[in-house]
Design a protein around this ligand. Structure first.
Ligand SMILES: [Zn+2]
Ligand SMILES: [Zn+2]
Length: 262
């Protein structure tokens, strides 16, 4: 298997303490590519710096909806500069989180819209974080997302119907270890309707280790093989075929160089 962890936080504790070992275990397990995703300005800077040190590792830069309250004009300007650094392959994560509401909703919407404008201008895909805010997220995308290159809803855990409507709009969906959880029947039904050329796999580590290692902390990219195997079986596809197809989906989505050049 040769998988890409399309959404991880290798800059987060405790993974950031020993990235070389995390990367080595990941490669051994068959996960040889990583998109490490920034969640605020300082973290995005850290991500850009980190990816310069590893083959196959790329960064996304963004300000998480949780941190939207701190995103003043200057922050967005610096984010734009960061987005143009080498090996930055996406804008995000950005979006709306009305579950925690750590930032006020108008702030979240303003910063989300600014990310979309930036992504369009720079020709970069967007990684969307959406929690308890699907209708509003689609509203902002409808209004500000025209002409965007590509969009993925990360850690998708909605219904099959919602998945279908996002697919109709041309968006990609990405699944974490949540899909392996006992109580995630709805997410499994959703995963079934997503074709492999629109489906990506991620850990969102250090959070949420997949079954059968759910209790393991922290989660790390090596453990993504469990999610990939689970999804392959769920969709009735050979695991190697599944890996090849979804890795190709990720490589196309993020415009990654071909494996020999990675
Ligand atoms: Zn997220
Ligand atoms: Zn994340």
């Amino acid at each position: 298997m040769n998988l890409i962890d399309t959404h991880c936080h290798l800059t987060f504790e405790p993974l950031d303490d020993d990235v070389p070992a995390v990367v080595e275990r990941s490669r051994q397990a068959g996960v040889g590519g990583w998109i490490t995703v920034g969640t605020n300005l300082a973290d995005s800077r850290k991500a850009v710096e980190l990816v310069s040190q590893y083959d196959g590792m790329y960064a996304a830069v963004g300000i998480h909806p949780h941190d939207a309250k701190d995103a003043i004009e200057d922050a967005l300007d610096e984010l734009r500069r960061l987005a143009q650094r080498p090996k930055v392959v996406a804008v995000g994560e950005t979006g709306l989180d009305f579950h925690y509401n750590f930032s006020k909703r108008p702030d979240q919407k303003r910063v989300f819209a600014a990310h979309l404008a930036m992504a369009r201008e720079l020709g970069l895909p967007v990684i969307i974080h959406c929690r308890n805010a699907l209708d509003e997220t689609i509203e902002v995308l409808d209004r500000h997302g025209r002409g965007l290159k590509r969009v993925v809803f990360h850690c998708f855990s909605g219904t099959a119907r919602q998945a279908e409507s996002l697919l109709t709009k041309g968006y990609h969906l990405s699944f974490t270890g949540v899909v392996t959880f006992k109580n995630a029947a709805q997410t499994r039904e959703a995963a079934k309707v997503v074709p492999l050329d629109r489906l990506m796999v991620e850990t969102d580590c250090p959070y949420m280790s997949p079954e059968p290692v759910r209790g393991r902390k922290p989660n790390e990219p090596a453990l993504m093989v469990h999610t990939a195997r689970f999804l392959a079986e769920l969709k009735g596809v050979d695991p190697d075929e599944f890996a090849e197809a979804t890795t190709q989906t990720a490589a196309t989505f993020f415009s990654l160089p071909s494996p020999s050049a990675r």
